[in-house]
Structures are given as C-alpha cells and as structure tokens.
Design a protein around this ligand. Structure first.
Ligand code: JHZ
Length: 401
C-alpha cells in the first residue's frame, strides 16, 4: 500500500543544464513522494525514464569535489584492509575516484553514462556502459567470475526496480563476499528538512528499516551501518549472504554489529515506520518554501543582489518547487566546467564559473551546495569580511555570516 505524502510540483531533469534554444522542449514531470506501508520504503510516485537522466551528457563529476575524492580514497583503503577482496565491482563508478584505488586486472565498473564510462575505461578498468540489471550480472559472472566486493555510492537509491537490483547482486556476490553501499539517509533528511534530496535521480530515499525489510527477501543480512556526514548525511550499509559461512564460525568482521540495531532503534524512535511522521515532514517542507520566498523577496525589494553557490541537483528541486528564477537569484556559480555557460534546469538561472564572478558584487550567497557549507565558507572569507551573508534552507531558512 503506497501512500502519497509530498508534492514537489512540476520538475525538470535535475542535472540537465540547458542552452537557451533548448528551453522550449524541456522535459517536466510531477515530483510526488510515497511511503510504502509494508516495507516502509520512501520512493518517488512516478519514476522518470533512466535514459533521460543518465546519458552521455550527465554532468555530475565526483572527482571535482575534493572532499568526496578524499572520502572515496579512505573508504577504498578501509575496505581493502578489512575485507581483502580479490575481485571488486563498482556500480555507478562515475569518473573513478573509488575504483582507481584497486587493481585494474581484478576490478570492474558499471556506468550507464558514456562520458564517464570512457574515463574509467581509459584508466584501464573494464567498464560496462550499461544500467545494472540481472542480465548484466550474468554477463559479468561469466566473463570474470563472482565478486568478493560489490560497492556502490549514491547509486542503489537511483535504481528504480530494487527487486531486479538486489536479485542481480545476489547472483554475482561470492559466497563470503560483501556488498557495501552508501546513499542519503532518510532519517537525516527528515531531521534536517532537507527535502531537496528528493529529485528525479533519487528513486528512493533509504532508511535502514526499509533496507532491512527489503534485503531479507533476498536472504541478505545487514551486518553494519556507518553514519556518514557526506552529502548532508548518508548511511554506508554492509551486507552479506545470510548463509555465507554455513556451519563455520563467522569471522568478527562479518558478524552483525551493534550499529544495525542502534540505527533501527533510532529510526523507530523518530517514527520512520509511521505515516504520520511523513505528513509532519510535508508541513515543514511547505513552511520552508514560504520562508525562503519571503526572505528572498524581502532582500530583492531592497535592491540587493543574490548569487547561488553550487548548481546542484538539490537546488533544482528547491528552485522549481519554490518558483525561484533570475528575478530572485541573479546567477549560480559552479566549479564544474560542463555546467558553466548553460542555464539551470527549469528556472533557467545562468550558471557561470566561480572565477568569473567577484562575490563582493553580491550581498547574499544562497548555498545550493549546503552540504559543503564549511568548505565554501572557508573559501569565501573575503565575501563575509566585506559584509556578505550566506542563505540556507537547511535545517531552516536563515541568513548568516
Ligand atoms: P553535490 C549529485 O547531487 C547527483 P548534487 C547524484 N544524483 C547524487 O546522488 C549526489 O550527487 C551524490 C559544486 N561546487 O555534490 C560542484 C561548487 O561550485 O552537492 C557540484 O556541481 N563550489 C549523483 O548535484 C556541486 O557544487 C564548491 O566550493 O546535489 C555539488 O554537488 C563545491 C564544494 C562544490 O551533489
């Protein structure tokens, strides 16, 4: 039984930055969110065709975010040390910051966006330019055998058909192998009212509770959960086959640790299994929209200028849900060359290189990449010294310096 609790209105493809002559044919869909009473999974009501989102024009380069490169390097080193995998598969390898820490002969990538698949291919990793599914799992198994580590960061929550996804993983993961994946945390999203985690690519926002319910169907068991600060609060989930060690003693690193029950209890205490919690969240989202429009309108009425930092998928949701266009935000800066010179999805605010803008010409800077608040604040100390203020909507709408 899927119950709708949130309507974020008509939305464009979150990462499809456009030229002016593409405005008329831009694709829009209704972004509504549902809660499944049985599994407790939160998902989009209507999915967008994957090919419209993940293709050769995909613009999100993981390696352009230095904190993420650091994060993937330390994750890779930790996994090598703790699990010593002989074979590794990464789902959604993007431009390779994780896989590049592993042996080229025994590590493989799956990446549906041609532009990124080419990057890891050129780095020497066999890369399957394809969406993850049962057929591909079979193909990889017959080409390279089973995998000891299957890793996916910000990828599983993008896969619409979770049954096919986990079935395909079940088929390829070696008997004593480990599946590790990380995605934004539903609990953190609800706590912080960061509703902008919801956009076309995020088919689901995972709780440990829902994953525990779903993974059991595949005879998988969650053995550990790490709460991460990346992407505004994510969970790293460690999973093995339930019968991985038959009658042998299960090694310590493969035993279920306390983090699993700790997270389940925390989520239960917050009310993640109750529909009422989602209705309260939806009311907070509506208030956040009202507050943000009010603040920006007030600022503009005083003839002040506002820049936005980070042309994120998240800011696509905020700007389109709140109806924020270039009357309220003059320009967006982003460090990604592929986004610069284009206009942001839906509301068509121009995106420019940070280096081409003197931030001191602006009075306020909206944090489109609020998840990098500290990194941005440390870079932009001159802006603050000259009286500039940041604006964020997470956890609530405010201007600060
Ligand atoms: P960032 C993407 O979401 C899409 P986004 C995807 N669906 C997903 O799940 C998450 O990532 C993981 C720029 N920037 O990481 C770089 C600056 O301009 O929040 C990026 O374009 N200045 C795969 O798009 C953007 O902001 C800066 O100082 O919401 C950050 O995007 C910094 C630090 C970043 O992900």
């Amino acid at each position: 039984m899927k119950k709708e609790f949130l309507d974020l209105g008509s939305q464009p493809i979150a990462n499809k930055f456009l030229k002016e002559d593409e405005f008329d044919n831009e694709f829009f869909y209704d972004l509504k969110v549902v809660f499944d009473d049985e599994t407790k999974l939160v998902s989009l009501k209507d999915f967008v065709k994957p090919e419209l989102m993940f293709n050769k024009d995909y613009t999100y380069h993981t390696s352009l975010s230095h904190p993420m490169v650091k994060h993937f390097k330390s994750t890779a080193n930790m996994l090598k040390k703790e699990f010593k995998p002989k074979t590794v598969l990464e789902l959604g390898s993007n431009d390779g910051p994780f896989i590049k820490n592993f042996n080229k002969k025994t590590s493989f990538c799956v990446e549906p966006c041609d532009n990124f698949a080419k990057i890891t291919g050129d780095m020497g990793y066999k890369t399957y330019t394809s969406f993850w599914d049962a057929e591909l799992s079979e193909k990889i198994k017959s080409n390279h055998g089973e995998m000891d580590l299957i890793y996916a960061a910000n990828c599983i929550c993008h896969i619409q058909d979770l049954d096919d996804c986990f079935g395909a993983i079940k088929n390829l993961l070696s008997k004593k192998g480990i599946l590790v994946f990380e995605d934004p945390s539903l609990l953190r999203m609800l706590e912080r009212c960061s509703y902008d985690q919801i956009y076309d690519e995020h088919a689901h926002i995972f709780s440990v509770t829902a994953l525990d319910n779903i993974l059991r169907k595949y005879n998988f068991v969650i053995i550990r959960v790490d709460n991460l600060s990346v992407h505004g609060g994510s969970n790293k989930i460690y999973v093995r086959h339930i019968d991985s060690h038959d009658h042998e003693i299960i090694p310590v690193n493969m035993q279920q640790d306390k983090s699993v029950s700790d997270n389940l209890i925390l989520e239960n205490d917050f009310g993640l299994s109750n529909f009422e919690t989602y209705k309260i969240f939806a009311d907070r989202v509506k208030k956040s929209k009202k507050d943000l429009i009010k603040l920006l309108t007030k600022i503009k009425s005083k003839k002040k200028k506002v820049v936005s930092i980070g042309a994120t998928s998240k800011s696509t949701t905020v700007f389109n849900y709140c109806g924020i266009d270039s009357n309220l935000i003059d320009v967006i800066t982003d460090t990604t060359p592929d986004k610069q010179g284009l206009c942001a999805p839906g509301k068509h605010i121009p995106v420019v290189d940070r280096k081409s803008v003197d931030l001191n010409d602006y009075d306020y800077a909206f944090l489109g990449a609020w998840n990098f608040k500290d990194v941005i604040a440390n870079k932009e100390t001159k802006f603050v010294k000259n009286g500039g203020k940041f604006i964020t909507h997470v956890p609530e709408v405010m201007a600060f310096s």
